[in-house]
Design a protein around this ligand. Structure first.
Ligand code: ADP
Ligand code: MG
Length: 321
């Protein structure tokens, strides 16, 4: 059986890149991280609990990816550049058949985003994964939730709803062909954080959030912080590949209230419409305009004919569901 320190050394300790922001990584009492001159530190934590955020027995490689991805997504939504992250890990046992693929999934995504694991904590207990990310941005360019203004365009990256569709199938709420489930489940299990887009939107977006709990709920956070309302065109919503084959009511429900998409929902002045498209091209990320902001509070959802639609279900809230 591996000791705690052997486990850390074998799976989580790597020499920091000499040219990167990490001055001291895993192995001391603290890590030392250099924040670029003139920038502020952006930090965020996300906790994944077995049985709550992922199924017992979930694929460890995908879990490693998702544990970091959901945190990178918060940096993306802030327009912050990733610097480093810590990992707090509670494990039932030092199972190397789990640790190896978990650390590989985690560190592969870390390498893809040039962000380093700089420390953490390891203990025995129920499987719980907690990453804290650190990033930086010039203070005036950080994308806050509070900057949206009436008249701004409302945008979303990538596509929505496949993660919720996969979850519905895995929970037995709906039937989905194996090939469609494979497509949708990829979005649920290995989400793609939109960091390149978040960086490209600096100085363009007036507000941003990542869609983790459902578009309507997360848009609601922007609207509340900004003191505005929004008009959303249901027909403009970009549906995920698997979702695009489903019935219209299911499409709307999954895209508007489904969680786990990890796309960016953001606002930008209408005058910067082309700059948003250019940011999408630059970051090789699809961007779709889905509505606009207005002074009148609340969200109005309309179809292609301008008819108001209502939608049942709310975004996910851990203490009400
Ligand atoms: P301390 O006693 O100061 O809490 P630990 O003995 O828990 O330190 O950890 C030793 C070193 O290993 C520290 O640098 C810590 O940040 C790092 N570490 C512990 N667990 C992890 C982990 N899961 N991933 C990465 N680094 C870790
Ligand atoms: Mg410790």
């Amino acid at each position: 059986m591996l000791s705690e320190f052997q486990l850390i050394e074998r799976y989580f300790q790597r020499a920091p890149r000499p040219s990167g922001p990490v001055r001291l990584g895993v192995g001391d009492d603290c890590a030392l991280l250099k924040v670029p001159e003139g920038e502020v530190l952006a930090t965020s934590t996300d906790l994944l609990v077995e049985g709550r955020h992922f199924f017992a027995g979930a694929d460890p490689r995908a879990l490693g990816h998702k544990t970091l991805a959901v945190n990178l997504s918060d940096l993306a939504a802030m327009g912050a550049r990733p610097l480093g992250f810590t990992l707090a890990l509670s494990l039932p046992s030092a199972d190397e058949d789990w640790l190896k693929p978990f650390s590989e999934g985690l560190l592969a995504l870390a390498d893809a985003h040039q962000i380093e694991l700089i420390g953490g904590d390891t203990t025995r207990g129920p499987l719980t994964l907690c990453v804290t990310v650190f990033g930086s941005a010039p203070e005036n360019l950080a994308l806050r939730r509070s900057g949206a203004r009436p008249g701004d365009d409302l945008w979303v990256s990538g596509s929505l709803g496949d993660a919720r569709l996969a979850l519905a199938a895995l929970l037995g709420e709906i039937a989905l062909d194996a090939d469609q489930l494979a497509v949708a489940a990829e979005r649920l299990h290995t989400p793609t954080p939109r960091n390149a887009l978040g960086l490209a939107l600096r100085g363009i977006a007036s507000a941003a959030i990542d869609v983790s709990d459902g578009l309507l709920g997360d848009l609601g956070h922007i609207l509340k912080s900004s003191g505005t309302g929004a008009l959303v065109h249901a027909d403009a919503l970009p549906f995920g590949l698997a979702l695009s084959r489903r019935a219209p009511h299911e499409q709307r429900e999954c895209a508007l209230t489904g969680g786990d998409d990890y796309e960016l929902c953001f606002c930008a002045p209408a005058t910067l419409h082309d700059a948003v498209l250019e940011a999408g091209r630059q970051s090789q990320t699809a961007v779709t305009r889905i509505g606009s902001l207005r002074a009148e509070r609340g969200v109005q959802l309309v179809d292609a004919n301008g008819q108001t639609l209502t939608i049942k279900g709310h975004s996910f809230d851990h203490f009400t569901s």
